[in-house]
Design a protein around this ligand. Structure first.
Ligand code: SAH
Length: 204
């Protein structure tokens, strides 16, 4: 997976490549999909959601550009796979998931793998996590209709927010940097994520 899907497609950050070779992706998918855990595509998880394709996770991690002493907020825990990678690359991860079942299953796997720098919270992540803000970086694993203002507000000056924006058929990854309190947006690659459902997302 790391060689053919990531390195050969241009993922260069050795910290990310090494984290992705360490984290056991098969632990984050259910039994029927285990043999396909390292395939080059997303896979179904509970509640009609998906575990993201390895390549798109790597792209998002590169865009986030985390340092080991940073605190990151993740919206959309899902299986917990990306959460584990964020835990490898940062000091602490707060991860918010709207489905209680996904949050508790992800938490169980993360505990089994002995991650101690992760806090999983059930709730509407489109509003962020004001009680733990500000964050060095924020990553959203579900597509928003537009930049959720609450998330931008909870970003530190100079911090980076990576998120897919757009309707089901046409989304693009955006990197939003906070520069002198204002958002500087750079649009990256087209992508396809499940919708962000919530107050600053799409209606349920
Ligand atoms: N990175 C995850 C991707 C999960 S899919 C993985 O690789 O497993 C996106 C997740 O976002 C879904 O689990 C969905 O339930 C969750 N989600 C959607 N809207 C949300 C919201 N407003 N707050 C928190 N989680 C949300």
């Amino acid at each position: 997976m790391v060689e053919t899907q990531l390195r050969q497609r241009g993922i260069r950050d050795e910290r990310i490549l090494s984290a992705m070779s360490r984290v056991p992706r098969h632990e984050f998918v259910a039994e029927p999909y285990r043999s396909r855990a390292y395939d080059d595509n997303p896979l179904p998880i509970a509640e009609g959601q998906t575990i993201s394709q390895p390549y798109i996770v790597a792209v998002m991690l590169e865009l986030l550009d985390l340092a080991p002493n940073q605190t990151v907020l993740e919206i959309g825990t899902g299986s917990g796979y990306q959460t584990a990678l964020l835990a490898e690359l940062s000091q602490h991860v707060y991860s918010v998931e709207r489905h209680g079942r996904l949050a508790s299953e992800a938490e169980a796997v993360l505990q089994k793998l002995a991650y101690q720098n992760v806090t999983v919270i059930v709730g509407d992540g489109s509003k962020g996590l004001p009680e733990h803000a500000p964050f060095d970086a924020i990553v959203v694993a579900a597509a928003a209709p537009e930049l959720p203002q609450a998330l931008f507000e909870q970003l530190k000056e100079g911090g980076r927010l990576v998120l897919p924006v757009g309707p089901a058929e046409s989304q693009a990854l955006q990197v939003v940097t906070k520069q002198q309190g204002t958002p500087v947006i750079v649009e990256q690659t087209p992508c396809r994520f499940v919708p962000l459902i919530g107050e600053q997302g799409y209606p349920a």
